[in-house]
Design a protein around this ligand. Sequence first.
Ligand SMILES: [Zn+2]
Length: 247
Amino acid sequence: MAGEEVAFKTVRDDIPVARRSISSRRSGIFIYFSISFFVLVTGTLFWLGRTNGWTGSGIEREEQLNSKIGQFSEDGRLLGHFPYSEASEESLVLFSPGLKMHSETAKAYKEMRSAAAQEGISLILLSAYRSHQLQKEIFFEIKSQRNQTALERSKVSAPPGHSEHSTGYAIDIGDANRPDTDFEESFENTPAFRWLKRNASRYHFTLSFPPDNHQGVTYEPWHWRFEGTADALREFEKANKHSRMRQ
Ligand SMILES: [Zn+2]
């Protein structure tokens, strides 16, 4: 060990003092510029990230979003809509191309549809399960297309994370013979709606947003939710409690 130390010292001592100080000054300048460059690049990237919304966790972004679109009420509602979880992939079945729903919803809807058909009524499925991501796209896309405020928009389509559609239990129904009334209030004048009003409860479907509903959501005669299982009922417990309390 002592021998190695001596050898090292000898090599260093062989470099003239002047050259030694130049090389250490050079490496000092190099380190200084490296650090400055690093700080400049990371600082610029961070600033760009903040202004473009690249940084921040998902939760932070959700919070920013929520503060933009409105305030939560004490019962967790956002712009009148309750928060809803997302159905698990295993609980969903493909009902028709591009339309998934909870397997229990599908079973009940099929029964209801064939019962309606026997009376000459053609129910058609317009929309079913929507992931939180899809809801986000719909909410903001339609909002910008129609240039509506978040409050106006929420009356037609729930804000992301707050749509009954994400549970797999909510579906939008139309009259196959009256496509002009799809997603329109005028759907209430169709044979399909009149039939649903009389019979849907037998298949455990409830109109989520009747006229002047207590959640303050615009009347949606096409939007029905399935409440025929304990799990489904649990999902809509808050909404049901809320409307009972206000009655
Ligand atoms: Zn709907």
